[in-house]
Structure formats: C-alpha cells, structure tokens
Design a protein around this ligand. Structure first.
Ligand SMILES: Nc1nc2c(ncn2[C@@H]2O[C@H](COP(=O)(O)OP(=O)(O)OP(=O)(O)O)[C@@H](O)[C@H]2O)c(=O)[nH]1
Ligand SMILES: [Mg+2]
Length: 315
C-alpha cells in the first residue's frame, strides 16, 4: 500500500514512458500467466489446455518510471471454425497498435509449426515495432539441458531475448526493464491502482469458464460460452450472480451438468469461492446449462455471446 501511495503522491518524472505492449504467441505458452504474474494479481484466466483466452484483455502495470499497457491476446493458431477466426483476428489486430511486441514461446520445447506461422506473421510487420522474444517456462529446463533459444531466434528478427518463468517470477524484472526501454515518452493513462479495464460481469463469466475448462475434456472446453444474465449487489457483503453456460450439443449439456448435478455443483462451488475472494463478498451463484447448437460456427450467435469480429477498416 505504501508503494501505491507513493505512486499517487509523487509527480511523474520528465522521462516517464508509456505504451501498449502486445503479448502474442501460440496457445498455451503462458501469456496470461505471465501478465497475471507481472501485475501480481489474476486478471486473466489460465488453464493447461490451449485456446483459453478468447478476447483481448488489458493488463495495466504502473511503476514510478512507466505505465505499461499489456494486451493479453488469444493464442495465434490456424483457425478451424468461426470462433477460432475471431480469436486469431483479435490477436492480429492487437499487433497493429502496439509500441512493442512480446513474442512468448515455450522455451522448454523446440518451435512447433504454430510458432513458425507466428514468426511469419511477425516478419510481415516489417520491423517497424520492436519485438522481444520471451522464452517462458525456463523452470522446466534442467540445468544441464540446452534451451531452444537459437531455434527461435533464427525464425524472427528480434534484437533481444529474455528467459523467464511466469510460474516462479524468474527473469521478470529484466523483462520489464527491456520493455521499458522500447517505449516512447508518455503520460500515465490510468490511475496507478487500476490493473484492468474488465468489469465484474466479464470477470465472473471468465472465472466460471475457467472452472469448466479445468473440469472437462475433449471438445467441451472449446464449446462453452458463459453469459451473465443477472449481477446484483444485494448489499455491501452479498452479490447475486446468475449465469447461463452454453454448450453446442445435448450430450455436452449432460456432461457439464454431471451425474445428479455433481459436475455443475463442483464448477459452481469453485467459481463461488474464487469470486468471493476477489470481491470480498458472499456470492450467490446460480448456473444454468443451455444448448445453442453449433454456436461457434454461427456469426450471429457469436455476436450475441460477445464475440464480435474487430472492424477490419483502417479508418
Ligand atoms: N512450468 C511452467 N508452467 C507455466 C509457466 N507459465 C505458464 N505455465 C502453464 O502453462 C499453461 C498455459 O498457461 P496460460 O497462461 O493459460 O497460457 P496462454 O498462452 O495464455 O494460453 P491461451 O490463452 O490458450 O493462448 C498453464 O497450465 C500454466 O500454469 C511457466 O513459466 N512454467
Ligand atoms: Mg491466455
């Protein structure tokens, strides 16, 4: 808290820097984990399964010298349905406005086809924007093991390589310093205590979706969308949330509900605990499961669920 007070109280130095940092990489390399770790709190959901993040999300990091606006993006991959196309376009859009790009890779494994595809995308940007190559998950490398730095650096014209572990925090100070150096001089755009732009309805839907991803297998994590249809602060200590979980098929509904409702109870109780801690309130959470046939292939249904294609126009 003292640190935060100091940020509010002291004037900005003349050489204060700020800017937008696009965090891209293939699914599951740890982009969201990295941003949560840098901010010291969870603003983005995380899972061991790929394609967890679906929308661009801002993570605001403030210190005495700089304000860094990290944009977490969906993992870049070859899309197989309209939702995938949407996710990829969100990530590509984020590259356009960035002052700096963090290309996050899993440094514990060699590049995959998806990494090569991303490197090609980055190379078409023509070197206008500085790219930092971030080899994440170095905690998984045994000391004797060689990392895969050379294999990744050969793919892209990146001046700088950072070795980090989003899990342990190793290397993050050096990463922040390197990002700071790429940013232009600029003001503080957000108050120093603000870490995200997301509202509580969105966060609640995401936390519920994370619990579903963690407890389900195969197609279900990818087929689920969560909509908050009621969010009420009943009093200072109590929040009432009613959410609809959409799946694509009747069989999926059966699995998400579970035997005698066991699965949905488990998902609800984990989401309730986490949201309760976040909001420091007692949460009443009601979950309903509905089938919305093949919504991931239907642009109208996707829009209804909040996945709206970014405007392609240049204006
Ligand atoms: N060992 C280890 N695991 C990590 C590290 N960073 C992330 N992970 C794990 O990697 C998995 C994926 O992390 P996410 O942060 O969801 O990955 P992402 O890149 O945001 O994935 P998408 O949103 O699907 O694109 C999770 O199980 C994390 O716990 C790390 O530094 N070390
Ligand atoms: Mg993510």
């Amino acid at each position: 808290m003292d640190e935060l007070d100091a940020l509010f109280d002291s004037p900005l130095p003349e050489n204060h820097r700020s800017g937008v940092v696009s965090v891209v990489g293939r699914p599951n390399v740890g982009k969201s984990t990295l941003i949560n770790r840098i901010l010291g709190q969870k603003i983005a959901i995380v899972s061991p399964k790929p394609q967890t993040t679906r929308k661009q999300q801002l993570g605001i990091y403030t210190d005495a010298q700089s304000q860094i606006l990290f944009t977490d993006t969906p993992g870049l991959h070859r899309p197989q349905h309209k939702l995938g196309e949407y996710m990829v376009s969100v990530a590509q859009e984020s590259l356009r406005d960035a002052d700096c790009i963090l290309w996050v890779v899993d440094g514990s494994v060699p590049p995959e086809a998806a990494d090569i595809y991303i490197a090609e995308t980055l190379n078409t940007l023509g070197g206008q924007t500085p790219i930092l190559l971030v080899l994440n998950k170095v905690d998984l490398l045994a000391t004797a093991q060689i990392d895969h730095q050379a294999a990744y650096t050969s793919l892209v014209a990146s001046k700088q390589v950072l070795h980090v572990s989003a899990l342990t925090g190793e290397g993050l100070e050096a990463l922040l310093a390197a990002v700071h150096d790429t940013l232009p001089l600029g003001p503080r755009y957000y108050p120093p205590d603000q870490v995200s732009e997301a509202n509580m309805r969105f966060i609640a839907a995401e936390v519920i979706r994370e619990k579903i991803i963690l407890h389900t297998e195969q197609e279900i994590p990818y087929s689920v969308a969560v909509e908050i249809d009621e969010y009420k602060e009943r009093d200072e200590e109590t929040v009432y949330i009613s959410a609809i979980i959409y799946v694509e098929r009747d069989t999926q509904k059966g699995i998400v509900v579970g035997k005698a409702g066991a699965m949905i109870k488990q998902i609800g109780s984990e989401a309730r605990v986490e949201l309760g801690e976040m909001l420091n309130a007692r949460i009443y959470l009601e979950l309903h499961v509905k089938v919305l046939k093949n919504w991931r292939s239907d642009p109208d249904l996707m829009r209804r669920l909040g996945y709206r294609m970014p405007d392609k126009s240049d204006s």
